[in-house]
Design a protein around this ligand. Structure first.
Ligand code: ACO
Length: 374
């Protein structure tokens, strides 16, 4: 029987840090409110496009797996902050990597996009359709954020990470998955105007309005992640005691604590990044996974539970069995270009294009990185 092992991993975190104190310079909020309600202290703001972050993360994951761009059969780009819809973003990563043989898919299930990508890639490898797959989780939210809306502006951050999946006869990779969508509540999280870096003409950049019911999302997220975690463990013939590590979607520390409690897993087994990166939507789970590897929290053969939820409201719980190797086979020298601005300066630049209601002025130019992200 064929399985799909995770053989490579890499992250790309933009260096500029936006603190709670920075947010308090233009929003009626405080470090105390944000920390006590969400667990977040800081988040990153990217100076480059989502495609550039994804390319660096993917190059690192490929080197880690000991593969080159020529080996790649498929790139799955998981995320919602696409610079453009046509052409898709996966093809932008493909051309930047030089992965000329690959097929390229964008996959949008909001914050669960990486986890759904992992499930999709696993199924395709197990049927023999493809062999070497890059799955990316990426988000560049800062350029589309409504910075006048404190209900959402404090919650999100930018980042990217990727993994490489390859076929194996050993029982590794995704052992079980529960995927679902609480579509009745789809109106509780809607971002109008997301994903338009159309420079000039009549379409403005970053013109988003966030319909966001945090309390509804909170309750449904806890229920969906906890219930699907219990279900996937049962389907795999395991209990919470068999879980070595939980790598959850990180939208709020209190959501994570509630899910861990309901699923019966102690917080010591939960990987947390929410305090330093906020909610990076689709990038959250893979970045946390890569950091768990870097911190030695992933051990050979360990079982990892991945509960996640996102707009839709999509949800899932995956159970992964790690392989024997926990160190990279190689390293990539791909780096982001230097960042010359502070996070607050970049945010203020976006704010300067938005009117007080969070609507940007029509016809303003897209950010400088738009041209380099083809
Ligand atoms: N600073 C100060 N006050 C704020 C802020 C802020 N940044 N944001 C909201 N408030 C105020 C509100 O105006 C409201 O004031 P009011 O009571 O006078 O009307 C009050 O704080 C809201 O307080 P609570 O309802 O007690 O806030 P709560 O503890 O529920 O926390 C939060 C709100 C953090 C949004 C929470 O509901 C949450 O985490 N929800 C789910 C997370 C989520 O939706 N994440 C994004 C989803 S996307 C994804 O990952 C799929």
């Amino acid at each position: 029987m064929t399985f799909a092992a995770i053989t490579g991993w890499g992250k790309c975190m933009p260096p500029a840090v936006l603190s709670n104190a920075d947010l308090s310079t233009f929003l009626e909020t405080s470090d105390e409110w944000i920390t006590s309600r969400t667990g977040m202290r800081e988040r990153r703001v990217s100076h480059v496009s989502a495609i550039e972050m994804s390319t660096v993360a993917s190059a690192r994951a490929l080197a880690c797996a000991g593969l080159t761009a020529d080996d790649v059969d498929l790139i799955i780009y998981g995320g919602v902050s696409n610079d453009e819809l046509v052409p898709n973003s996966a093809s932008g990563v493909q051309v930047a990597l030089g992965a000329t043989r690959a097929a390229s898919i964008d996959l949008n299930t909001a914050c669960t996009s990486f986890a759904y990508g992992l499930a999709t890639a696993t199924a395709m490898i197990r049927t023999g359709m493809v062999r070497n797959v890059i799955v990316i989780g990426v988000e560049l939210i800062s350029r589309y954020m409504d910075w006048s809306n404190r209900n959402v502006a404090v919650l999100f951050g930018d980042g990217a990470a990727a993994v490489v999946l390859q076929p194996t006869e050993r029982e590794e990779g995704l052992l079980g998955s529960v995927l679902g969508c609480d579509a009745e509540a789809r109106a509780s999280l809607r971002v109008r105007g997301f994903g338009c870096v159309y420079s000039g003409r009549d379409i403005s950049f970053g013109d988003t309005i966030w319909d966001f019911d945090g309390a509804v999302i909170f309750k449904r997220a806890v229920h969906a992640m906890a219930e699907s975690s219990v279900r996937v463990l049962k389907e795999c013939g395991m209990t919470a005691d068999d879980v070595d590590l939980v790598v959850p979607h990180q939208a709020n520390l209190r959501i994570i604590e509630s899910v861990a409690k309901y699923a019966g897993v102690p917080m010591e087994k939960v990987m947390l990044t929410v305090q330093k990166y906020g909610n990076m939507s689709a990038a959250t789970v893979p970045v946390a996974l890569v950091e768990a590897l870097e911190e030695g929290r992933v051990t050979p053969g360990c079982r990892i539970l991945i509960p996640a939820f996102g707009g839709g409201l999509t949800y899932c719980a995956l159970l992964v069995r790690w392989g024997e190797r926990i160190t990279p086979l190689g390293l990539s020298d791909r780096e982001l270009p230097p960042c010359t601005q502070t996070a607050l300066e970049m945010v203020n630049e976006v704010r300067g294009r938005q009117d007080p209601h969070g609507r940007s002025s029509a016809g303003l130019m897209a950010p400088r990185f738009a041209e380099s992200s083809r």
